[in-house]
Design a protein around this ligand. Sequence first.
Ligand code: CA
Length: 230
Amino acid sequence: MGKKILIIEDEKDLAKILGAYLEVEGFEAEIASDGQEGLKLFEEIKPSLVLLDIMLPKVDGIQVCKKIRESSDVPVIMISAKNGEMDKVIALGIGADDYVTKPFSPLELVARVKAQLRRYEKTMEPLTDSLQELSLGRLRLNKTSYTVWIDEETVSFTTKEFDMLYYLASHENQVFTKEQIYQGVWGYSEIGEDNSVTVYINRLRDKLSKYQIDYIKTVWGVGYKMTTVL
Ligand code: CA
């Protein structure tokens, strides 16, 4: 089940278009066409984010936002037809997280939705968890849960694959010999007969290449490094 996004917007065509764009990205979109219905749906579906038009029938967007803020700090992105600095000041003053002015590109709005969700989820994570997390290009790794995300999608790696990926990713641009990688990942001081490092490097490359990622580079005569630079 995708994250729920509540769209409170009385322009039905616009609401539908936004809903369609969000659903393509894997979100579940629910639409309310006035402020009253919006508040009711907000309580019912407990959305992860709200897109909120300012000029709405029954209860306007500003009142809706204030009401939401009495009980929740979910991200709220305000939408307005008016292009005035006053709106922006009001929107941010009543606790909205972001603000767009019509006309806007649906894709840009989707990007802002994702950015707000990321920011919000970060603030929700326990501190120790975030310390165990690192990002490299399109990759995100969490050492506590042994999770790897590529473009926000979870991708499965074995424990050893994860260990090696984390080791390389946490030393971006640093070149390692096979011996160093072996020591860093397996913890032995001597590299044996086996070619575990090469085997695992190849496995990681295979998995990443399915996402057109080739961050693991061979440095001829030395070893390997991980970098996002081509
Ligand atoms: Ca409106």
